[in-house]
Design a protein. Structure first.
Length: 695
């Protein structure tokens, strides 16, 4: 991945020298140089204005079968009346194969399972791109991988433009005008305000995209100015960072005309009933996205058909998407790789190293149905100790004793130095893919600085010495260290490790941690949970340690920035507000919070680069999270698809399902298949039937 060149401040140099001095004292090792691994293709870097604009076109088009079967029969208004005044127009020059043709489908396979369509209210759809294709957000960041470094800024989306006030505290945002939900109802500021007031600010709701009141800044307000204008007011001056937060999934408003009547503030529903008000069986749920769920068969498939009111077109006036359908086989994440490589599915993010070799072998064969392209090392895993000491998750006596240990730096150093990251990575896959990951910002990304990165690498003797320094010794001689007498009854140190059961990689890494901790003298018990409920358990603080595949914040920094530190009561993964309503931050955590808040408030590139060096030093010297391994992912896509951007990473600002701009992807006429499961159909009225209305 091309590094976004950042001007380095003089202060950064001083910090580097001071850290080297610290390293000499503290036995910190050198971060191992990652083995060379070049992404197989580079993006063609462009400006956002090269990708899209909003404007009216002289004429509009749609698939012929839509005109014939739905417009000519009076079931739908003409396409020009289904589009906003100025639709989003994707520019042909930015489309690798140019203006596309209608037809065909993109078949996904996923390991998640849907529990409903109320994304704003906390329901999940099974991931793997379903939500990305259904719920559009105020801004968009996935495609930013191909935007010039010195022009990086969130892309317009439902918010088509915005301007700052003179003093930089107010942001007036203009919404797309005249766009409609997939059921024909108008989209406007009321949808935005319902999401903000009754889903983000109402802390009884946990929006699936993770938004909390602090996600957009402590004390931030949002008001409606008119049907297509809202105004943000921030404490900070010009905090452009929050415009990135308004992308997927923190600000993707749902249809207020459907959700509001179900919300406890406006009904007798409980919050649980609100969240589950639209189960997966409820079909044709109105969306602003390109495709609408029209069929759901449990543990089998979800089928989505094109949204007849989609508000994006190409420069020839063709209403998008080109693909009439997308589908999601409800299987496993590993099966996604296998099926896409085999050609019975069309898309995969190859992110589990156990599948690398087989996938590479098959994709290298002349008759391989799919192309496979590796990007940079943007997939990484971290072991997170729960750092709350004041009741988040209501721990038992043992749990509380473990939290106190987690808050002890000598204990975190012992854990880090007991991990043989090299062999951990090689146990996933041999070859130049994995590299030991110290934690913090990823090597090879824009804000990474090696000299600011401390590394407590493998040394079992040093690990045992730190464990003793943390006050632990094996008093009963059974090979597991004990708490000191008077703490948790002097029992063995036994730690529960939360791990996502949906991924072989997560389980392999967790088993590696368990084995290596045993050699150190700590017993680890795995709590293997499926993705859907894991989020709930983690957000509830009910874990001692957790193995987590990292989010975009540690890759891009600008996306999900508030996740970098506990800047608010519910913004960090491993430290949230306790039962006494306060965040009991450790001193270094407070320093991290201060650095991240300064970063958010700064628009000076040199200052931002230096702040991230400070962040990296604080994170890695204090082992806020204990890094495990980092490796590249590969995009696997069936060869029949066109308009796949060069160098599209599987994960950077977002996942590839967002990055490749699927609404612009098409299958040339001579390569089209009969894979559509519901050919020539459109979504019906919300909630009707178990499938679309046949024409
Ligand atoms: C990509 C992604 C698209 C969520 C999910 C899943 C959830 C997490 C994470 C990834 C899946 C795929 O990741 O692994 O390749 O398709 O869906 O959203 O891991 O359990 O909660 O954050 O994105």
């Amino acid at each position: 991945m091309k590094r976004h060149a950042m001007a380095l401040g003089g202060a950064g140099l001083m910090l580097g020298i001071s850290l080297l001095a610290v390293q000499a004292q503290d036995g910190m090792g050198k971060v191992p140089e990652p083995p060379a691994f070049a992404a197989q293709s580079e993006p063609n870097f462009v400006s956002i204005s090269d990708i899209l604009e909003f404007k009216a076109l002289p004429e509009y088009h749609e698939p012929e079968w839509v005109t014939k079967n739905f417009v000519d029969t009076g079931k739908l208004p003409p396409v020009a009346e289904r589009l906003p005044k100025e639709p989003m127009v994707y520019k042909t020059a930015n489309m690798p194969e140019g203006v596309g043709v209608y037809g065909d489908t993109m078949r996904h396979v996923i390991g998640g399972r849907p529990d409903g369509w109320n994304y704003a209210g906390g329901a999940q759809q099974g991931w793997g791109g379903i939500d990305i294709g259904m719920y559009e957000c105020l801004t968009r960041t996935g495609p930013l991988f191909e935007v010039k470094a010195d022009e990086l800024a969130p892309m317009p989306n439902l918010a088509k433009s915005w301007e700052w006030s003179e003093d930089g505290h107010e942001l007036t945002m203009h919404l797309i005008e005249g766009a409609k939900w997939s059921d024909g109802m108008p989209f406007n500021a009321d949808d935005v305000m319902f999401y903000w007031e009754d889903n983000v600010l109402d802390t009884n709701v946990s929006p699936t995209g993770g938004a909390t009141p602090e996600t957009f800044g402590v004390g931030t307000t949002l008001v409606k100015v008119d049907d297509y204008t809202v105004k943000w007011t921030f404490k900070e001056v010009r905090p452009t960072q929050y415009l990135y937060q308004m992308a997927y999934g923190a600000f993707c408003p749902g249809p207020a005309h459907m959700l509001k009547p179900q919300h406890p503030k406006y009904s007798s529903n409980t919050y649980e009933q609100y969240k589950n008000a639209f189960p997966p069986e409820y079909l044709n749920f109105p969306v602003m996205g390109a495709w609408v769920p029209v069929e759901y068969r449990p543990d089998d498939v979800i089928v989505l058909r094109r949204n007849p009111y989609y508000w994006k077109v190409d420069e020839a006036g063709n209403q998008l998407p080109y693909l009439n359908e997308v589908s999601y086989r409800l299987s496993t994440w590993s099966d996604r790789d296998v099926q896409t490589v085999a050609g019975t599915a069309d898309f995969s993010n190859l992110e589990q190293p156990e599948n690398f070799v087989e996938s590479l072998k098959r994709s290298a064969e002349a008759d391989a149905p799919a192309r496979l392209q590796f990007g940079a090392r943007t997939i990484g895993y971290t072991l997170y100790p729960n750092l709350s000491g004041n009741g988040w998750g209501e721990p038992s006596e043992l749990g509380q004793a473990i939290r106190e240990l987690n808050r002890n730096l000598d204990f975190r150093k012992a854990v880090s130095m007991a991990l043989d990251r090299q062999s951990m990575g090689e146990s996933l896959v041999k070859g130049p893919f994995t590299t030991p990951y110290p934690g913090g910002l990823y090597a090879g990304t824009s804000f990474y600085d090696k000299d600011s990165t401390a590394y407590f690498g493998y040394s079992l003797d040093d690990a045992k010495a730190y464990l003793a320094k943390a006050g632990l010794s094996d008093t009963d001689g059974n090979g597991i260290v004990n708490f000191p007498a008077g703490t948790a009854g002097g029992q063995d140190v036994q730690i529960t490790l939360l791990v996502n059961g949906d991924y072989g990689t997560d389980k392999s890494l967790a088993e590696g941690v368990l084995t290596m901790m045993e050699k150190l003298g700590i017993r680890v018990v795995l709590d293997t949970i499926s993705g859907n409920s894991l989020t709930e358990i983690q957000q509830g603080g009910k874990f001692d340690w957790a193995v987590l595949r990292n989010g975009a914040d540690l890759v891009s920094v600008v996306q999900g920035t508030v996740g970098l530190a506990p800047v608010g009561p519910r913004t960090a993964f491993s430290h949230r507000v306790g039962t006494d309503g306060t965040l009991d931050l450790l001193p270094f955590e407070q320093e991290m919070v201060d650095v991240v808040n300064k970063f958010i408030a700064s628009s000076d590139n040199a200052e931002r680069a230096d702040l991230m060096k400070q962040y990296q030093a604080l994170y890695t010297q204090n082992l806020y999270g204990i890094g495990l391994t980092q490796y590249p992912g590969a995009l696997i896509i069936n060869k029949r698809f066109a308009n796949i951007p060069a160098g599209a990473p599987i994960f950077q600002f977002n996942w590839a399902e967002d990055n490749i701009i699927r609404e612009r992807v098409f299958v040339p006429a001579d390569k089209q298949t009969t894979n559509e499961l519901q050919p020539d159909t459109l979504p019906a009225a919300p909630g009707i039937g178990n499938g679309p209305v046949k024409n």
